[in-house]
Every structure is written in structure tokens, then in C-alpha cells.
Design a binder for this molecule. Structure first.
Ligand code: DSN
Length: 420
């Protein structure tokens, strides 16, 4: 058993200790609906908060530039092997610091500045690093964005094919941050093959659903798969690149020494723990429950008069257009946050409003499902959502909902958070 002879955080830095404690309380006592957030388990948090943070390990297992890798090498190999087994991948690089660096490493592996790249546009639900103009990826590459159809807001594969044939991109990204429907990976494969492009699936949002069998897998289809490790996968803040064997050397060289220095070994260990947890049968149930909860919430919001982009969801997230309610997304998000329902304001496709003051809100079920919430709670959350949006400037309503939210949260302990 470890015994500590040093002062605790409480004594060394009471200010930071207090702020962390406040965040624990917030995470325990609110309904967290931001679809990219989750609760990492205590085991993941322990690995992440370990002495591995002290170690430098530039290079890869067995080929390091520093000595003293007796523990770090097997940890990184375990993380790689567990992820390869979990997803059926041929190669795993677990060193990217997060999703954006993982994606940058892919560009470095396959593209030269000025090359043409293609991805889902940010306003349609894509990610900045898939070539959007304000990101380095839209500045250093000639970026072509595909979108969604104006009528049903779904990806139009005919448009993807036509744009790809016209612009002959070097890489084609599929994946997004606010797209509530299933990704048709075989369709992207066929477009990529037609134009000789590398197909990259960014599964940051849906990695846990893919691991748990609740979303079709891009493995065996995409050339490269990138992801964060902390969203539906429930790991630490981190990134990974999984690839076909023929791309292994290019990917590894791009991550180190191309883009990064020493890997974050404490994160690598926590990724290994998360991959182990995700390989258990109960993780499949979790992934299925995330999707079931999202569908229940989508139906309940629709019944309460809300307009969902694409009319519903196939995955863990929902995008709600609040135009019919006459409430800007930001106003709603702030009132909901005060009521203990935490989500984010979000642009909707073809949004007439600005990104910092958009028409919609985005919400999702990964975190609340990790607490064991189910159908009854989804209906309750839809009720609260409707009450607060309708009476967003009525302090009494907001406070009443807040009290009800706290009372419900007490019944669903949050993984990784000490009981409060
Ligand atoms: N910030 C992430 C999200 O919320 O979807 C994407 O990087």
C-alpha cells in the first residue's frame, strides 16, 4: 500500500484543490449533455494521475531516445495491442496528444502544403481540422468542403462524389462533431477509390459506439482511422491513429518526430485501461444504451414541439434548431446551464445566425448513460429542457428545475467522482 509522506494538494494548493472539488460537485450534481464529454472511470483517472507523467520516452517501444523505459514500453505495447484487438485494426499509434494533433499527423503523413483535401464543412457538422478555413488545415491545404442536403440535412454522397471527381483530393475525411446520423463508410471508400484518395475516418465522437457495436465500423474500409480517446470511449484526454499496416511507418514518423516530442505516458496507460474496459461485455450494453437513450430523448423532444436537425438521431447526439421557439441557442444554453442541464449552443446547417450566436443547441447521452440513466430520466430531461427553454428568463422556473435536477443526480453516482 502506498503511504504518503508529503502534503496533499489540499495543503499545498488549497485554491486549486477547492476548484477541483467544485468541478467534482458540478459534474456530480448536473445533467451533463455535452455529447463530446463523459465520465472516465476511477481506474482510468488513477492511471492518468500517476508517476508516468514524470517520464520522457521519445520514440516507440524498443526504439527510444531515453533510458529507463522498463515500465513505459510494456504499457505502450499494451495500449496498442488492446486497441488493435478492440477495433480489429492492423496498426495503432497511441501517442497523439489529442484529436487535432492526430489529424495533423495524418496530413503530414500523406499531404504536402497546397494539396487538395476534402471533408464535411464545419457549418454542416464537420470538424475544424477537416480543412476548415480558420484552422491550419484550411490554410496550408486547398480545402474542398462537402455539405448536407438542404431538405433533410443528411450527407449527399452524390455531391461528395461530384466534388471528389472535380477536385481530385489527396485525402477524404469522413466524420464530424454535430452529425446525428450513421456514416456510410463503404460509400466513402468507393468515392476514394474512384479518385485515388486516401480515406480517413475520424471517429472521435463515435469511437465508443464503434467499439461497442452500436455504429458500423470503418475498420477494414478506411485507410486510416483517427480518434480522441475521451468521448464515447470513456478514456483519458488523448488521441490515437489506427491504420492499415501499409501506412504504419508513415503514420509513426509523422507523429514522432514529425509533429510531437515525448508521448504523455500517463495518458497512454489510461488509454490502455480504457481499452480494457471497452472490451468487456458491459461496454457493449453501454454503447447500445447511449444510442437508445439518444433516440428516446429525440422522440420526447420532438413530441414537445422541438425541431431536430435530420429529424432525429442514429447515434449519441442531437442537434436542435430553436428557431421555432424564437430562442437563440446561446440564450437557451445559458439558461439550461443555470438549471443544471449542461450542453452547448451550436450552429445548424445553413444557419442564418453567426457561430458565436447560433440557432441551435447540441446535446448527447454518453455521460448521462455512464451514470446509468435510462428511459424514465430521458423523458424527465426532455420535460426540463422544454420548461427552461420556454421560460428561460424566469428565475423561479430555472431554480425549481435546478433543485429537481440535483435530486435526480444524487440517485445516479457519477463514475470516477467521489460520492458527494
Ligand atoms: N470539441 C469537440 C466537440 O465538442 O465535439 C470536437 O473537437
Amino acid at each position: 500500500m502506498t503511504t504518503w509522506n508529503e502534503p496533499s494538494l489540499d495543503r499545498v494548493d488549497p485554491e486549486i484543490a477547492r476548484l477541483i472539488r467544485e468541478e467534482e460537485l458540478r459534474e456530480a450534481r448536473t445533467v451533463r449533455l455535452i455529447p463530446s464529454e463523459n465520465y472516465a472511470s476511477r481506474a482510468v483517472l488513477e492511471a492518468s494521475g500517476s508517476c508516468l507523467t514524470n517520464k520522457y520516452s521519445e520514440g516507440y517501444p524498443g526504439k527510444r531516445y531515453y533510458e529507463g523505459q522498463q515500465s513505459v514500453d510494456p504499457i505502450e505495447v499494451l495500449a496498442q495491442d488492446r486497441l488493435k484487438a478492440l477495433f480489429g485494426a492492423e496498426h495503432a499509434n497511441v501517442q497523439p496528444y489529442s484529436g487535432s494533433p492526430a489529424n495533423l499527423a495524418v496530413y503530414l503523413a500523406f499531404c504536402k502544403p497546397g494539396d487538395t483535401v476534402m471533408g464535411l464543412g464545419l457549418p454542416a457538422g464537420g470538424h475544424l481540422t477537416h480543412g476548415w478555413g480558420v484552422s491550419i488545415t484550411g490554410m496550408y491545404f486547398k480545402s474542398v468542403a462537402y455539405g448536407v442536403r438542404p431538405d433533410d440535412h443528411r450527407i449527399d454522397m452524390d455531391q461528395v462524389r461530384a466534388l471528389a471527381k472535380e477536385h481530385r483530393p489527396k485525402v477524404i475525411w469522413c466524420g464530424g462533431t454535430a452529425y446525428a446520423r450513421t456514416w456510410d463508410f463503404p460509400a466513402f471508400r468507393s468515392v476514394a477509390d474512384e479518385v485515388g484518395a486516401i480515406m480517413i475516418a475520424d471517429i472521435a465522437h463515435i469511437a465508443g459506439l464503434v467499439a461497442g457495436g452500436a455504429h458500423p465500423s470503418p475498420f477494414g474500409i478506411a485507410d486510416v482511422v483517427t480518434s480522441t480517446t475521451h468521448k464515447t470511449l470513456r478514456g483519458p484526454r488523448g488521441g490515437m491513429i489506427l491504420a492499415k499496416k501499409q501506412h504504419a511507418a508513415a503514420i509513426d514518423k509523422a507523429v514522432f518526430p514529425g509533429l510531437q516530442g515525448g508521448p504523455h505516458n500517463h495518458t497512454t496507460a489510461a488509454i490502455a485501461v480504457a481499452a480494457l474496459e471497452a472490451s468487456k461485455p458491459e461496454f457493449k450494453q453501454y454503447a447500445r444504451a447511449v444510442v437508445d437513450n439518444a433516440k428516446t430523448l429525440a422522440d420526447a423532444l420532438t413530441e414537445r414541439g422541438f425541431r431536430l436537425i435530420t429529424g432525429g438521431t442514429d447515434n449519441h447526439l442531437l442537434l436542435v434548431d430553436l428557431t421555432p421557439q424564437g430562442v437563440p441557442g446561446k440564450v437557451a444554453a445559458k439558461a439550461l446551464d443555470r438549471a443544471g442541464l449542461s450542453l452547448n449552443y451550436n450552429s445548424i446547417p445553413f444557419d442564418p445566425r453567426k457561430p458565436f450566436d447560433p440557432s441551435g443547441v447540441r446535446l448527447g447521452t454518453p455521460a448521462i448513460t455512464s451514470r446509468g440513466m435510462g428511459k424514465t430520466e430521458m423523458l424527465q430531461i426532455a420535460d426540463w429542457f422544454a420548461r427552461v427553454v420556454q421560460k428561460h428568463d424566469d428565475q423561479a422556473t430555472v431554480e425549481a428545475v435546478r433543485r429537481e435536477v440535483e435530486a435526480m443526480c444524487v440517485k445516479f453516482p457519477a463514475p470516477g467522482i467521489p460520492v458527494v
